[in-house]
Design a protein around this ligand. Structure first.
Ligand code: HEC
Length: 408
């Protein structure tokens, strides 16, 4: 259903011409008035701007071609909604606003485009397997005259790309590259947006690298650690910095701290070789990767509990495959353990929770409310199915949600 973008554009142009001749002749029929509103709404919800007359006519021609009662056919509506993804505003506004809060701890939308958000925008535009976001050797960079080149030491390239107003939906402007070739990280140390400059600046800065896991779970699996707390598992990988008797009370450790740290610490071990060189709250800095050598931040505050786990390498294990968090739907085809951020990112991206989370977030963006009714919940399930059967093409989620909410 999703043609290559260049083909789609020329195809739209010809449908448009056809619609001007044929579509407008029937525009006064009552059924057509409803379809017109619905087409406008679908376009506006996806692109954030109204369609031009030509675009609207093209959508109506598609909706009309499939069915006598144009408001009835979901598949025609989906095809019509796909035209809204040709709008530059879909990339420069809708997607930028969706992804920007994922790129900083404050979760603010008021931040410049960066390599994290640009890469997610590119993956959507190309209809790529969106799971690459957490494990791919991929980055999207701008190809626009007169802007600073990509730099591991600053975000100037992306700020200038955004300020240029260039259409990020154009594959000659926002270009896919291998991350390792652009940033110099070893290919096997790349893990999608987690190892971009913006990702590292936000979540590898100071601290203990647990923040990278927490925010990845929040943004990509729609679960914060509070929801994942499980005190029933073996706490043998909790680091030394976590005291076993907070405030002199070991019950607090067993009933509370264990709930998060038992599962979190052996997953966050995947990041043992990463560090952000800069200071908290400052722009300067770059990602550091010390393959084979554990970052000192993993070994700090060892006196808090000397018998705690001492991190020897970047071996991760997913303890949450057992117990209540097996409900996140881990991929039985993966081993549930490994070395480094790439395989751990794949573990997260292959979960059922990952697919569900993208469907829910797109539903909310397009329908302007979280899924609430039984109908909404059924719709999210059906979007998840299309997402999977399209090899995790995010575009299916946008057209699916727009079609479902076109009558609202
Ligand atoms: C709801 C989940 C959760 C619970 C419960 C929890 N932690 Fe944590 N803990 C985290 C997360 C997430 C981080 C990483 C925070 C960050 O860097 O943003 C963290 C970080 C830490 C750190 C490292 C702080 C640093 O220097 O960055 C220590 C020490 C720690 N926790 C101890 C404890 C103790 C002791 C308890 C029980 C009293 C506890 N935690 C309970 C989730 C939890």
């Amino acid at each position: 259903m999703f043609m290559l973008k260049k083909n789609k554009l020329s195809w739209v142009a010809s449908v448009s011409a056809l619609a001007l001749g044929v579509g407008l002749a029937t525009a006064s029929a009552p059924a057509q008035a409803g379809a017109r509103e619905q087409a406008k709404r679908m376009y506006d919800r996806i692109a954030g701007v109204p369609p031009t007359d030509g675009e609207l006519a093209a959508m109506l021609a598609i909706m009309d071609s499939d069915s006598n009662d144009v408001t009835d056919s979901d598949s025609a509506a989906r095809d019509a909604a796909a035209l809204a993804m040709d709008s530059p505003a879909f990339y420069n506004v809708t997607l930028k606003n969706l992804f920007t809060p994922w790129t900083n701890e404050e979760q603010t939308v008021f931040a410049d485009l960066n390599d994290f958000s640009a890469t997610l925008i590119g993956l959507v535009r190309d209809g790529s397997d969106f799971r690459e976001a957490l494990h791919g050797d991929v980055i999207y960079v701008g190809d626009v005259n007169g802007i600073p080149a990509y730099s591991t030491g600053s975000n100037d390239h992306y700020a200038a790309l955004e300020n240029s107003g260039a259409n990020l939906g154009d594959e000659d402007i926002l270009v896919r590259q291998s991350q390792s070739s652009v940033t110099g990280l070893p290919a096997n140390a790349t893990a999608g947006v987690m190892t971009t400059r913006a990702g590292a600046k936000a979540y590898f800065v100071a601290g203990t690298n647990r923040a990278m896991l927490r925010f990845t779970l929040m943004n990509f699996l729609c679960n914060d650690l509070e929801q994942l707390k499980d005190t029933s598992l073996v706490p043998d990988r909790i680091r030394q910095d976590v005291t076993r008797s907070p405030g002199g009370d070991s019950r607090l450790f067993l009933n509370n701290c264990v709930g998060c740290h038992t599962g979190m610490d052996p997953l966050a071990q995947a990041f043992a070789y990463y560090q952000w060189s800069g200071e908290e709250g400052e722009e300067a800095g770059s990602i550091q990767y010390t393959g084979g050598s554990v970052q000192p931040k993993y070994l700090i505050n060892a006196d808090n509990f000397r018998y705690g786990y001492v991190t020897p390498d970047d071996r991760w294990d997913n303890y949450w495959r057992e117990g209540q968090n097996s409900a996140l739907g881990w991929d039985s085809g993966l081993p549930g353990g490994g070395n480094g951020a790439k395989s751990m990112g794949m573990e997260l991206a292959h979960s059922e929770a990952f697919a569900q989370c993208q469907a829910k977030q797109v539903f909310q963006t397009v329908c302007l409310h979280a899924p609430a009714t039984q109908g909404d919940i059924n719709q999210v399930s059906s979007m998840v199915s299309s997402f999977k059967s399209s090899n995790y093409n995010m575009q299916t989620l946008f057209t699916g949600a727009a079609t479902y909410c076109r009558g609202d």
